[in-house]
Write a protein that binds this ligand. Structure first.
Ligand code: GTR
Length: 329
């Protein structure tokens, strides 16, 4: 009797899961997508939009189930899970790929791009294609690049008005050796840590600050615990949307085209949302009374990066890529 009851409970539970999955979406193939950001953030909205395009173009056969707010884990872990095929799609910064895929170091170099427009021209062209192609050797398919604005330092101790003011401060960086060396070369101390630990680490004084763009500074709530933001704009790191090679290989060639095209078509949508969100986030942070330092001489910051370039741009191929980026109008 007992085992019968257990069995029927189990049957009811699995029926409920199936029913809710069917009610939520009738698509035959739901791709599981991960993002560290909350619902409504431009990257999350862009992958959702890609899902709508896919459903429409596949006649409802393929859709995307998006797990936002780091529900599936922090970026470094979700990258591993995507390589293993546990997660199908992943929207991440290029930063956490730096130690794994050497090509991703190049667009992650400090001050490599002169502006967002320069970054677009490079990443939309052959160099961007070369970097997307590099993912395949690591069990991933590079689908598209999204915007990540420019990243600047914020902290809870003092306003950074010159490079000297960074001395001795402890900043969280993404889990990438390149960013550790970047911060240390500026005279501060770097602590690599997952994004989700930054808020409490600033609050409790484990670190003095971190660095990020306007929308992340705002949506993470970091501005509530770090009252000084200096627009030194040391990084313009693109975001990337990757797919698990395992999941990709299960698709028919026609469906691979659909997925790649839907990802591409989500890029202009994302860029528009990004520009809007930057303005909204900036206004919110300013209204909260954060001291914003805009007038900063970037020259010493750029000069301090010479040893970082020497260390990370360490092959002829990477040197050539840097030259081609610098030569891009
Ligand atoms: C954000 C980026 C995230 C994550 C985060 C971080 O700007 O969109 O993917 O990399 O920064 O600092 O960890």
């Amino acid at each position: 009797m007992k085992s019968w009851r257990r069995l029927s409970t189990a049957l009811l539970a699995s029926a409920a899961i199936v029913a809710s999955a069917m009610a939520a979406n009738a698509a035959e193939l739901m791709l599981r997508a991960s993002d560290t950001h909350p619902d409504g953030y431009p990257t999350v909205a862009a992958v959702e939009y890609m899902g709508e395009l896919l459903e429409e173009r596949s006649g409802g056969r393929i859709g995307i189930d998006i797990f936002h707010s780091a529900q599936l884990g922090e970026e470094k872990d979700t990258i591993e899970q995507t390589r293993l095929g546990v997660i199908d799609l992943n929207r991440v910064s290029l930063g956490p790929f730096n130690n794994l895929i050497e090509e991703t170091k190049i667009p992650s170099l400090p001050y490599i791009f002169r502006s967002t427009e320069h970054m677009h021209r490079v990443m939309d062209g052959p160099i961007g294609q070369e970097i997307l192609a590099a993912f395949e050797a690591y069990d991933l398919v590079g689908l598209a690049f999204y915007d990540g604005g420019s990243r600047s330092f914020y902290n809870r101790v003092r306003p950074i008005e010159s490079i000297e003011d960074l001395a001795g401060l402890k900043f969280r960086v993404m889990q990438s050796d390149l960013f550790v060396d970047m911060v240390n070369s500026l005279g501060a101390n770097a602590t690599p840590m997952p994004y989700g630990e930054v808020y409490s680490s600033i609050q409790t004084g484990v670190i003095d600050g971190a660095e990020n763009n306007w929308p992340s500074f705002e949506s993470s709530g970091h501005y509530e615990v770090a009252g000084f933001y200096t627009l030194d704009q040391h990084l313009i790191v693109p975001e990337v949307l990757v797919m698990s090679l395992k999941a990709w290989n299960k698709l028919s060639p026609e469906d691979q085209v659909l997925v790649r095209q839907a990802a591409r078509d989500s890029v202009p949508f994302m860029r528009k949302l990004w520009a809007e969100r930057e303005a909204v986030s900036e206004a919110k942070v300013r209204a909260a009374g954060v001291e914003i330092i805009t007038d900063i001489d970037k020259t010493p910051f750029i000069e301090a990066m010479v040893p970082v370039y020497a260390k990370y741009v360490d092959t002829d191929r990477l040197k050539d890529m840097v030259k081609r980026i610098q030569a891009t109008e």
